[in-house]
Design a protein. Structure first.
Length: 201
């Protein structure tokens, strides 16, 4: 079949991920085939040459992270926590490199320096009771479930949404997302291509 249908029941947050476009999938799959990367290898990104747009329809209240929040709102979220590293990221977010530069910085944050970033951010989020309370509590939960994973901070760049039963969320190619909790029916193109961005081994 050209599509897959499944009932997804997320008891805890799943990985941050995006799916490639059809063109990216074809090129990535061909490149990994030429390089001789086994299709079962854990580090392989492209298991096939197909894209994977998906849509999930909630059966219960369903929480997710989906797509990048506006730069203005994310910079405000960073600054309200009063963590020097986040203040620096907020300035970079509003600079010429913008969201792309900050996302790349977080995704390539040196492993040995992650605790110095994560610990003050998680402490500040645990104490935050203001406008970004739901987002802050998500950061704390993610940091507890995935210790040392910078994805807990990357998640701060994303919109946090709650679907009511029978509301749906469409995820086109390139949309960074993570399902946090809930049960839904998911339909997607027939593909195993998942590009992971955190919250995963």
């Amino acid at each position: 079949l050209p599509w897959l249908l499944k009932v997804l029941a997320a008891e805890q947050p799943l990985s941050l991920q995006a799916h490639p476009s059809l063109e990216q999938a074809k090129a990535g799959f061909a490149a990994e085939e030429r390089a001789g990367v086994p299709r079962t290898a854990a580090h392989r990104n492209y298991k096939d040459a197909n894209h994977k747009p998906e849509l999930i329809c909630a059966l219960t209240p369903f929480d997710a992270l989906c797509g990048f929040r506006t730069v203005k709102d994310t910079a405000r979220f960073f600054r309200v926590l009063a963590v020097p590293a986040l203040d620096a990221l907020a300035a970079e977010l509003e600079g010429p490199g913008g969201l792309r530069a900050v996302f790349e910085r977080l995704m390539t944050w040196p492993r040995e320096d992650r605790a110095a970033l994560l610990e003050p951010v998680v402490r500040a989020c645990a104490a935050h009771k203001g406008e970004f309370k739901a987002e802050a509590s998500t950061v704390v939960e993610l940091a507890q479930l995935y210790p040392g994973d910078v994805g807990a901070v990357t998640a701060m760049l994303l919109n946090r949404v709650r679907l009511k039963p029978l509301e749906a969320l469409y995820l086109p190619a390139g949309n960074l997302h993570a399902y946090l909790r809930g049960v839904g029916v998911e339909i997607m193109a027939s593909s195993d291509n998942v590009l992971r961005g955190g919250l995963t081994p």
